[in-house]
Design a protein around this ligand. Structure first.
Ligand SMILES: [Ca+2]
Length: 486
């Protein structure tokens, strides 16, 4: 296993090109970002010199719970917003499934959950291994130094299923740290035990890595996954229904929103009465505001506090990237592993559902040099799936795509996105188009007409006026299953 940064040494591939070549390449790609959409950028991105990749992930962050989305005026995320200013801002990005380990497995494998084998967070104790290649491994095989810091919660480690394949190495070099029970085993060993919070530790390790990399003379490019636990709420028990469960005050990094300024969802009494019974039973008793919008406001104030904190930590990491000079050579991707109901559907957190609240994520892509040279970003509309990120990185880094990849960065934007969740009677698979969301359950279904029902509340399954639409969506979902079975 390769470990911490060392003096320059032979890498498994030829050393990157000279500084001039790299600078020319980076300027060219940054300029193209001005006018290019994702697929065009991907096609032109063959690199004369391999870029670093910094993947920043927040946990359970709604697509609209970032300042630049313009939905929540009470929420302040100045650092994410600054990154957004110099990024492609993908507003219609979706994950393949709304739970931590399953979504991360899809992202890293570039394969749908039913194909990569990770359909549940934890069937017995821990997520099962992903089948097939994952993009950190592919990058590693082509000469990238691959590291992560923070909450992993996905089996892209090595020994469990691929002996001798070194890919993601925790970035930590000091004493073990005390772990919260919920995520024991998910974290790296500690680097700085003076940190006040897991997010602080995650950021410190990332900053330490970047500082050391910048001065090490290391020739290999790096892939660094900085994966924050926030704003994921604390605990998982049924007792965790108080607003404070969303996060307790933990330090000066927290900035609370004024609850009275929070935009809350409209709640529909007995919403699940016209939805599949298995789903209604599944959500009954789950974390819920029980129709109380003041409860939603109070919980959201805490949720936004956690977001403000992770925003500050992201700012620290990005500042280090800039100050170290690495920004010129580093592709930065920011995303979440899934969203949070934030009171919608009278629910908190996430459940076996395929609603936008938990499947739609923020996604930013800032090309090397784009921040440093202040090339403005742009808003990008149209569907993107999280499994497209790997193929896009392959293209950008000019490394061959492994067999079996299901994401397709050359076909963006998609005209639909797919989601799936659960197993057995609680298994659901969905297709979402611009106009409809169809969710297939083992014995039942959901169909939402988004023009009149963007919140996905009124189930129109088997509605006689939507027979043709439903048939088309059923057929499209079946075709997807057949084409992506393996
Ligand atoms: Ca998560």
């Amino acid at each position: 296993m390769q470990d911490d940064l060392a003096p320059a040494r032979d890498a498994s591939r030829p050393a990157p090109g000279g500084a001039l070549d790299r600078r020319r390449f980076l300027k060219a790609t940054a300029a193209l970002a001005l006018a290019s959409s994702w697929p065009r950028a991907a096609r032109v991105a063959a690199a004369a010199s391999p870029p670093n990749v910094l993947l920043i992930m927040a946990d359970q962050l709604r697509h609209d719970a970032v300042g630049y989305a313009g939905v929540q005026p009470a929420l302040l995320t100045p650092n994410i917003d600054l990154l957004a200013r110099f990024s492609q801002r993908y507003h219609d990005a979706y994950v393949q499934t709304p739970y931590c380990a399953t979504s991360r497995s899809a992202i890293f494998s570039s394969r749908y959950p039913h194909a990569n084998g990770v359909l549940e967070n934890s069937a017995v104790g821990f997520p099962p291994p992903i089948t097939g290649e994952v993009f950190p491994e592919v990058l590693h095989q082509h000469g990238w130094m691959t590291r992560y810091t923070g909450k992993k919660h996905v089996d892209v480690d090595i020994t469990a299923y691929k002996p001798n394949a070194s890919l993601l190495v925790p970035y930590a070099d000091a004493q073990p740290l005390v772990l919260p029970d919920e995520h024991t085993g998910l974290w790296t060993s500690g680097y700085d035990d003076t940190a006040t919070h897991q997010g602080d530790k995650t950021a410190r390790r990332a900053m330490h890595f970047l500082d050391r990399y910048a001065t090490s003379g290391e020739k290999r490019p790096f892939f660094l996954w900085v994966t924050f636990e926030d704003p994921h709420p604390l605990g998982n028990g049924a007792s965790q229904q108080s607003p404070e469960a969303y996060q307790a005050p933990e330090g000066p990094e927290w900035t609370y929103a004024d609850p009275t300024d929070i935009v809350v969802p409209a709640l529909t009494p007995n919403e699940f009465a016209n939805k599949p019974k298995v789903l209604a039973d599944h959500v009954a008793g789950w974390h819920s505001p029980h129709g109380d919008l003041d409860h939603v406001r109070a919980s959201s104030a805490h949720y936004f506090g956690g977001i403000s904190m992770v925003d500050k930590h992201i700012g620290r990491v990005l500042r280090t990237l800039m100050m170290s000079g690495l920004s010129e050579d580093t592709l930065v991707i920011f995303l979440a592993d899934h969203g949070d109901f934030m009171g919608a559907h009278d629910l908190y957190r996430k459940r076996n559902c395929c609603y936008d609240d938990i499947t739609r994520i923020p996604l930013l892509v800032s090309r090397p040099g784009q921040m440093a040279q202040r090339f403005p970003g742009e808003d990008v509309r149209g569907f993107v799936e999280s499994i497209d990120i790997g193929p896009w990185i392959y293209d950008f880094c000019n490394v061959p795509e492994p067999v079996g990849v299901q994401g397709d960065a050359s076909q963006l934007p998609h005209d639909r996105v797919f989601c799936e969740v659960g197993t057995g009677p609680l298994r659901a698979q969905s297709i979402r188009t611009a106009d409809h969301l169809y969710v297939e359950w083992p014995q039942d279904g959901e169909l939402y007409e988004l023009a009149t029902d963007p919140a996905q509340v009124v189930n129109r399954f088997n509605d006689p006026t939507l027979v043709e639409v439903q048939a088309q969506l059923v057929a499209a979902l079946e075709l997807w299953r057949q084409q992506t079975a393996h």
